[in-house]
Design a binder for this molecule. Sequence first.
Ligand SMILES: Nc1ncnc2c1ncn2[C@@H]1O[C@H](COP(=O)(O)OP(=O)(O)OP(=O)(O)O)[C@@H](O)[C@H]1O
Length: 622
Amino acid sequence: MSAEVNLGRSPKKKTNRDPKNFGTTGERFVYQDDDAIEKPFNWKQLTRLISYMKPYAKQMIPLIVILMIIGTVTKLTVPYLTGYAIDKALGAEAGSSTSLTLLYQIAIAVLLLYVVQYITGIFRIKYTNIIGQRVIYDLRTDLFRHIQKLSFNFYDKRPAGSVLVRVTNDVNSLQDLFTNGVVNLLIDCVQLLGIVIILLAINWKLGLAVIVTVPIMFFISTTLRVRIRRAWQDVRAKNSRINSHLNESIQGIRVTQAYTQEEENMKFFDQMNMESKKSWDKASAMNQGFGPLIEITGGFGTLILFWLGSSLIESNELTIGLLIAFSNYVGNFWEPINRLGLMYNQLLVAMASSERIFEFIDEKPNIADSEDARKIPKIKGDIQLRDVVFEYEKGRQALKGINLDVTAGQSIALVGHTGSGKSTIINLLSRFYDISSGSITIDGYDVRKVTVESLRSQIGIVLQDTFIFSGTIRDNIRFGRLDATDEDIESVAKAVGAHDFIVAMPGGYDTEVEERGNMLSMGQRQLLSFARALLADPRILILDEATASIDTETELKIQEALKVLLQGRTSFIVAHRLSTIRHADHIVVLDHGRIIEEGNHAALMKQQGTYYGLIEAQYKFL
Ligand SMILES: Nc1ncnc2c1ncn2[C@@H]1O[C@H](COP(=O)(O)OP(=O)(O)OP(=O)(O)O)[C@@H](O)[C@H]1O
């Protein structure tokens, strides 16, 4: 696109007003909950997610696995050595005597094991973080590259906020899974297996008795955690509704005060605040119950251990040292089970996030080059519309058979009531949508048969809602043609009459403007967007004229700038100002998707038809 396209401004957004989707329903304020926050397991999706690790798998995964195995083995050796020390060095085993030398040796061995465990842990975390960060980087890049290609109809159906949430929150929520989750899952499984084997090897009877508590533990850890997490999610959802309401209230404070709606507003706020408090109380109560419940189950395991263990010691089937080692292993048991419960939770959330991310990645742009698409050569600017029919949604025609012949260099003003189809025509010319039937040709080339890039790069678009990106004024103009020199930029700014106000700004062309250019006036923003379009020097120019009223002086400046901008190009203007309409070579009057009148201003006024009525009604004060 040679000039500017504002994706944020989708003309007619449809919102899903199904009450089922609303969290808080009030008569006036309705805040929609985000999509599902968790989804059941989906192996295919998980495999697809994990495939993002593939590029790094060869390099790092073997190393991580080795570090993980060393770490686990060292960890699991310590309890055994402790038991051994008690039996052999402290003489707890029948027939053995106290040996301080052996005790020191074992203590040094334990210390060394801890050091090894610490070092392997550091490197393992380092490498898993590297993989995690790279995977997230790749995923974010893929997603951003893809959403930039998606067509207008995709954005028509989705509020900008939901797209944003996917690129930020959903990707971030996968971060934990990749940095710790996958590796921890492996470590925990290996550790659990190791402990089970050791327990059974030390004493199978005691081992079996203790392992019985595992399913209970696992059940508590997963089920209860799921419920606790949901409760906290509910708290977050309620808080985010409060935030939405706050945001809306503050933004609309002038209207609220003007209509004395403060009390009414307060009632809604109070209701939401109360809901948030209730959900917090609930979540917090559940949270407090979790720890003690785990401890009680742990205590139950210890009870079995000591009850059965003591009788095994009596019958000489177990030594005191081994019983202590056993109890240490059991202590180590809960840790991985607990983490697996956490991991299970993380996976459910990751499933929902990845589903949403992949839904975007799998969305095919509607507007894509056909297989035999060719580059359109340098455009002259002859345009033909033949029986153009278009529907945004099946069965509702926005254009009902438009025929139009435009010769290169002509300026066409599109006028008509709101919803008559003006914006639709300009959207179709640059192929933001494909027509349902008929044809649109530029210099004899059907727009569907040429590459989108070659077409759009020769069409400039200046939208009503001028989009200013954060950066300098110079950068904003340069957006029209990235290789333009500073001299080119100044020369187009001068040509459209923007130079004077730019140099009067504190930093001149290097003044930083905020995103959306709030520090610039409407007229200044318009002039900047004209400069941007002029720099791009497109053969066809599409202009959606701003409707906002501006003072007469700025109006004159804009008209002057327009003259420069339109010179020598074919232009389509969704015109709102009488002066613009009057200067157009050809005026097309639309009504309910049809052309009902066309000609120049004088001829159309003479007809005393719809155009005459429109001008009389809308422009008589200008
Ligand atoms: N993205 C969309 N999805 C569905 N229908 C749409 C969409 N955009 C426009 N329409 C419908 O198509 C018809 C023509 O709309 P269009 O935006 O072209 O009108 P317009 O003449 O430009 O109006 P305005 O002067 O208000 O901008 C209208 O009935 C409108 O509701």
